[in-house]
Design a protein around this ligand. Structure first.
Ligand SMILES: [Zn+2]
Length: 232
């Protein structure tokens, strides 16, 4: 009888734990983080570590392009925002119009994308833009017939380093949490500047908890293990 009771007790404890466990919530935002934080099969995090800290939604930057470009220039000059391609960087330090490197012509960067830059920097993120227009071709890689990329018309931004963590090479828990925090903040942006696409498959390896933070796509999009694509 006692043995049966012991088994029942253990069963009850497991049930209670599995109910309590998913209720871990970010102290700052109240966003439940269980789906974000725990990779299936990954070791349980230190309970003291809790949820990734995600900043509460911030102020919406105005749509004044001149003011936005001034703020972005300040972020470039103090090292908060950096670029892999000079054509992207020079546009941000200038009039927000990028000279294409592939094909001809110039592209005006979408105002919403500019507002996203300022918003994310104000949320405390330091990031590198691997490509805005950069050397992007018109068509999404591998699309046939051609599906025009958001980058081609100034509505796409690729970010490959967040808070000094390269997406791809550094798979430490801190690095993974940084990537997820970044994507959570993108998902919780005010509707007015909310991206249409958030695409990343994981930090170097496919990660279901990163896939769960995507937007505008339903699964793995090839070529997104080393950057987050943000599209408007
Ligand atoms: Zn992209």
């Amino acid at each position: 009888m006692r043995k049966k009771l012991n088994i029942l007790f253990i069963f009850l404890m497991i049930s209670v734990f599995s109910i309590i466990n998913p209720l871990i919530v970010s102290a700052q935002t109240g966003i439940a983080c269980i789906d974000v934080y725990f990779d299936p099969g990954a070791p349980k995090p230190d309970p003291a570590e809790g949820c990734p800290d995600v900043a509460a939604p911030g102020e919406i930057p105005s749509a004044d392009r001149t003011a936005l470009l001034q703020q972005i220039s300040t972020f470039i000059n103090n090292g908060t925002i950096s670029f892999s391609h000079d054509n992207d960087k020079n546009a941000m330090l200038g009039n927000g119009i990028v000279q294409r490197r592939v094909g001809t012509g110039t592209v005006e960067i979408s105002t919403k994308a500019l507002r996203m830059y300022v918003y994310m920097a104000n949320q405390g993120f330091k990031f590198n833009v691997s490509s805005m227009i950069g050397g992007h071709s018109r068509c999404v890689k591998g699309s046939s017939p051609c599906r025009e990329s958001a980058h081609w018309s100034g509505r796409g931004v690729d970010i490959n380093n967040i808070n000094d963590f390269d997406i791809d090479t550094n798979r430490s828990r801190e690095s993974q949490n940084t990537l997820k925090n970044f994507m959570i903040v993108l998902n919780n942006m005010p509707t007015e500047i909310s991206p249409r696409q958030i695409i990343c498959s994981g930090n170097g390896v496919v990660d279901s908890s990163v896939l769960a933070l995507q937007k505008g796509v339903s699964g793995i999009v090839d070529g997104h293990l080393d950057h987050v694509h943000i599209g408007y």
